[in-house]
Structure formats: C-alpha cells, structure tokens
Design a protein. Structure first.
Ligand code: GLN
Length: 476
C-alpha cells in the first residue's frame, strides 16, 4: 500500500480502522521528504520530532480506545506565515529568520485540538507577496510535477508539499490568489473561503481586508472537511464571523450542475490565455453544459481595473503592516548603526527583499497626504462598484467560472517584469476584492501540465463552489 499517495480522509480511515499506525504514516512522509526535499526546497522547517511525538500519542490513544479528534490520522503542513507555538516562523524573510512563535494561530489551535499531525512549515514568497515562491529568502520551491517550473505562489511550498506527497493537506493564505494559483499549478484542489470565514489571528498580516486562510489538498472532500474544522467566528479577529455554509452536509443548500446558472466574465474572450488553459476551460464548459448547466458570458466592466485597484489597495495595507518590522520589536536587527534613524533604515534595507520593499514604497506613496485622494479613495470606490457589479451577476447566476490562472506553471528561469507577473493574477484578485470565496479544481490531462478551473460563489455561499467542484473533479 502506498500510503503517501492517499488523501487525508483515506489515511484517517485506515488509521481509525487499525490498518495503519500514525507513526508508520509519519515515517513514510519523512522518508519521502528526506529523499526529495533537497531538490524541491519545500520546507523551511521540518517538525520531525513534534510530528513523531504526536503520532506516537495518537497511536497510544487509539490503542487505549480513547476519543480521537477529527484530524487524527491526517498529516498537515503549514505555510510559514501561520504561527505554530515554539516553532520558527519566518514568513520566508531574512527579517524573521530566527523568530520563534510564542503562540499558536487560531487555525493551528483548531488543528491541534482535533489531533492533526503537523509535519512542518513550508516555503512561500516573502510575507506572501508574489506568485512564484521566487521571492522567498530561502530560494524557489520547484514544482513536483515539473521541477523546471515554479510551484506557484505565494503558497508555493504548501502546494508542492501536497503534490510531492510530503503530507496530505496544507494550510496556505490567499490575499489575491495565493492558495488557488499554486493549487492550479500543481494539479491540486485549493480553496480560499469568503473573507471572514476563518480567523486571521496568528497569521502574519499582508493586507487585512484581503487575507484569508485556505486549504490545499488532493480532493475536494479533503478541502471541505478541513475548512469545516477551521471555520468559525473568533473574538481575536473582529472581521471573522464564521461561515455556516462550510459545515459538512450542506450540499442540500447547493445546486447541482443540472440547471445551474453559470456566468463567464467576457474578459476571458480578449485576455491573453495560454492555449492549454483555454482548451481545458472550454472542455470544462462543454462538460457542464452536457450535464444541464446554462452557461453565458457576462460583462463585468470593473474587471478591467481589477489589477490596478488590487495593487493600490493591497499595497496601501501592506505598508503599515510592514512597519512593525523595525529592528526593535522583534526579528532582524542590523549590527551597523550609530543612531535610531540608521537602525531603522539599515535593518529594513538589509532585512526585506526587493518585492517587499517595492510594495512598501508604492503603498507609502499611495497613502501619503498628497496622493491618497487620487489613488486610495478612488480605488476604494471602485472596490464598492465591483462588489455591486458582481452582486448583480449573482442575482441571475449561481456561480462565476473562469480559469484560475491564464497560464500553466511558468518556467523558473522565465524573467517577467513585476507588472507582467501582476497581470497574471487577473482571475484571482477579484475574489479577494469582493470578499467572496473561490475554489480551484484541477483539469488534468495525461502528459500535460495541470490547469486549474476556478469556481466563484456568491459571498457566504461557499458550499455552492464546493458542490460544483465535486461534480467537476475527475471529469474535466
Ligand atoms: N500574487 C498576488 C500578489 O502578489 C497574491 C498574493 C497572495 O495572495 N498572497 O499580491
């Protein structure tokens, strides 16, 4: 039996039935990590001892017939911007290279409480800014499907950890597509639920009104299962109201493909989309139609400005969020200063990478007294217009469908300009701008690179995306 190929729910069942031990399972993953992670560069920290200790504890509990949590028998990796108590949390930045988290994020607490086995902290773009993991201080994570290509980003390590069979599930974060796009690039399912579904407490903030924890796995069932555990309101995060539609057995609230009203944004017709992505998408639409879905193109005018609005608003939130990394509170401190001014400037110049600096500069400019009216306020207005436009589409449609990314995983040595890279997020950033959920489900053809198809439900109706994803999974 090849344990590491199984989904999380499958390993759990084997464990509960007594067919395998958790120790056996953890050793199988650790062996694979030892074999392949040197080449792929997925983990920043492997939590070998903790994973072994937890596995042993679970094996003993089962032996004695003690109650086991909902995650018992499932091995999980965690993006390195999510706090795990007493474990290094770097956000893939030199700034936090030796920072050890003194507490657990709420999502970590929930997983631990349900007996998940955490196997390690995985690579990402520095502070989650990027789409390739190439902006990590620890170097790029290669795509297990094709190691000459990126695994995507910013949760590239999360996607690669599941695709490389280092674990069954990974937690990522998604501010503008960082769960969905790497899932698409690595042939996995990845979902970011509606904003406010899951607590952000203990998750390093990039842009608070956009950030949301998401789950990557090999199957929609796994993703749904873990989201149902993570969902829930939280007093530590005032924007977190929970999301009942993520509880299990809500399928009755969702429509099946027969009669489903599907909208495709018409930018898809004009935007440059790679041939293999276009083909996979058209194939998906044909499949949905054959099952009785009614599909039509819709015009969403504000999408033309989505990338611009996203970068103005996100950078406006990033700049103040990054101000806490000042060399004094915590993290890296330069050893070369004579006064406080030099301490700040040198610490931040030496501690942050290029992309983070670029965003801090743009964000500070945008938020300055002289420019905030021109950029920030107008973009906020546009964000509201976009929400209204999407809401009116949802009045007559159940879901919006588009590719997750206009390209398949890009080659590692491809050197696109920052703006070219930003443009590739066209299909994912609107979801975070309007605060709804989005799931990427793989359309994987033999001998071809994976393509992700994205399903966007109305805000708070995440079960509809999950239900549709289940019907597409394995059929497209
Ligand atoms: N690629 C997007 C960006 O660079 C999204 C990042 C994210 O979702 N964390 O901003």
């Amino acid at each position: 039996m090849n344990l590491i190929q199984k989904t999380g729910l499958e390993t759990r069942e084997l464990f509960l039935k007594g067919d395998i031990t958790c120790s056996e399972l953890v050793e199988a993953y650790l062996d694979k990590i030892k074999r392949d992670d040197g080449e792929l560069n997925v983990f920043i920290t492997v939590m070998e001892d903790m994973a072994r200790a937890k596995a042993k504890e679970l094996d003993e509990k089962r032996e004695k017939g003690e109650p086991l949590g909902k995650m018992a028998g499932i091995v999980v990796s965690v993006k390195d911007n999510i706090a795990v108590k007493d474990v290094r949390m770097t956000c893939a930045s030199k700034m936090l290279d030796d920072f050890v988290s003194p507490y657990d994020a709420i999502v970590t607490q929930k997983l631990k409480r349900e007996d998940a086995i955490l196997i390690g902290k995985v690579n990402m773009d520095e502070f989650a800014m990027g789409s390739s993991t190439k902006y990590s201080y620890y170097g790029v994570t290669k795509n297990p499907v094709d190691p000459t290509r990126v695994s995507g980003g910013s949760s590239g390590g999360s996607a690669a950890s599941v695709a490389a069979e280092f674990c069954a599930i990974s937690l990522g974060t998604d501010t503008g597509g960082s769960v969905r796009q790497p899932a698409a690039f690595c042939g996995l399912v990845g979902m970011k639920p509606s904003h406010g579904s899951i607590s952000r407490y203990g998750v390093a903030s990039m842009a608070n009104t956009f950030d949301q924890v998401g789950v990557l796995a090999k199957s929609v069932d796994d993703v749904e299962y873990v989201l149902s555990i993570l969902e829930g309101s939280d007093l530590h995060d005032a924007t977190c109201i929970g999301n009942e539609s993520l509880q299990l057995d809500r399928e009755k609230d969702a429509k099946s493909l027969n009669g489903l009203k599907v909208a495709i944004p018409d930018v898809f017709k004009t935007f440059e989309v790679q041939d293999e992505v276009r083909e996979a998408f058209i194939h998906t639409v044909d499949f949905m139609k054959s099952k009785g879905a009614e599909v039509e193109f819709v015009h969403i005018g504000s999408l033309d400005l989505a990338i611009a609005i996203y970068h103005i608003l996100v950078n406006g939130e990033i700049a103040p969020n990054m101000s806490r990394y000042d060399g004094i509170n915590y993290g890296y401190i330069t050893d070369n200063y004579d006064n406080i001014e030099e301490l700040y400037v040198r610490t931040r110049s030496e501690g942050f990478g290029t992309e983070v600096k670029r965003r801090i500069m743009i964000g500070s400019y945008i938020m300055s007294m002289d420019h905030s009216k021109e950029y920030w306020e107008q973009s906020l207005e546009m964000r509201h217009k976009m929400i209204e436009e999407f809401n009116s589409v949802f009045e007559n449609h159940d879901i919006i469908l588009c590719p997750t990314s206009p390209t398949v995983a890009v080659p590692i040595d491809d050197d696109m300009t920052p703006v070219e890279i930003y443009m590739l997020d066209l299909f994912t950033v609107p979801v975070n701008l309007i605060g709804t959920g989005g799931i990427s489900v793989p359309a994987t053809k033999k001998n071809k690179l994976p393509v992700g198809i994205q399903i966007i439900p109305k805000k708070g109706n995440d079960i509809q995306a999950i239900q549709t994803a289940k019907e597409l999974e394995g059929n497209i």
